[in-house]
Design a protein. Structure first.
Lengths: 193, 125
């Protein structure tokens, strides 16, 4: 497939998934708090995190939930910033969405980004390990990593996903969509209430 | 040694370490793009400063958000202050959190468990 058609195809897959989520979260009692598709920078992270916090406060959301949503927002966006693959133009193929369901007072946070196919297996193992852990085990793992006080290349030492899992009480899930021979879209969602 | 002052921004905390004023605090939000780069000068200041062992130092920490990378960096800050404690400097940590923020309290307790520094906790409305 010619290079440009390949890029358009990947972008279409991302856009289709993004629109699917927005459609699924519209209707009675459901709304989108924020949606972003495209490059994720530190500025994006700052802007979105402040916006999310303000919006939740305006809705009268309880403080502990605002905090958890904020933590997941920052970790998820910075994870994309540091780890997601960029296209030939130097931009992330990524999205970030927070949806609210007033029927059960749940917030769902969706994030998606491009990763290399060769990295997918390791990511799946990591997330499956997290999903199969109790909250106590997650906290113990968090403590173990923090105690070492060592940075990884991108700074987090692997704590980011643990913070997300603990904040959402391990209500997280993921799916992978292969876009071509080299890349897949890795999409994570977390649920808070 | 000159005080260390770093002004608060949207993603980095206010950091004030002043021997002259006996004011030591880290307050605000901490999720810079590069936490390691941001905190290294702070840790260097702690390591290179002759702290007075007769002076009681209380580091006030009040962080609304702290990213995973900043969590590691703050651990390194406390480890640097621990080295001073072992030299006889009277230093403790005062961890301030919002009443409804159980995660922040838990975070402080976690640091306390890992540290030889004495922690006190204050909940604010």
């Amino acid at each position: 497939m010619p290079h440009n058609e390949n890029i358009i195809s990947v972008e279409n897959i991302l856009l289709a998934d993004y629109n699917r989520i927005k459609t699924e979260n519209s209707g009675k009692g459901k709304s989108i708090l924020i949606s972003h598709i495209g490059n994720i920078t530190q500025e994006t992270t700052v802007t979105i995190s402040y916006f999310v916090e303000n919006q939740l406060e305006l809705r009268g959301t309880r403080q502990s939930l605002i905090k958890k949503t904020g933590n997941i927002t920052i970790e998820t966006l910075q994870n994309t910033m540091f780890h997601a693959e960029k296209n030939a133009g130097g931009f992330h193929l990524a999205y970030f969405i927070i949806a609210h369901n007033s029927n059960n007072e749940e917030y769902k946070i969706y994030s998606c980004n491009h990763v290399k196919n060769k990295d997918i297996a390791a990511i799946k193992i990591k997330i499956d390990e997290i999903k199969n852990s109790t909250i106590k085990e997650l906290n113990d793992k968090y403590t173990e990593i923090q105690k070492k006080g060592e940075f990884t290349k991108t700074g987090g030492a692997g704590l980011g996903l643990l913070i997300v899992a603990i904040a959402c009480n391990n209500r997280l899930d993921f799916h992978v969509t292969k876009t071509n021979d080299e890349y897949s879209l890795f999409c994570l969602n977390t649920t808070l209430n | 040694m000159n005080p260390f002052v770093s002004k608060e921004t949207k993603d980095t905390p206010q950091v004030t370490f002043s021997l002259q004023e006996n004011k030591f605090e880290i307050t605000g939000r901490s999720f810079p793009e590069n936490s390691q780069a941001y905190y290294v000068p702070i840790i260097n200041w702690i390591n290179q400063t002759e702290l007075n062992s007769s002076q009681k130092i209380t580091l006030k920490v009040q962080l609304h958000y702290i990213s995973s990378a900043s969590t590691i960096a703050l651990q390194q800050v406390f480890m640097a202050f621990e080295k001073q404690l072992l030299k006889g400097v009277n230093i403790s940590i005062h961890w301030i959190y919002e009443e409804a923020d159980e995660d922040s309290l838990e975070s402080g307790k976690r640091y306390e468990q890992m540290s030889k520094l004495k922690f006190t906790f204050e909940a604010i409305p």
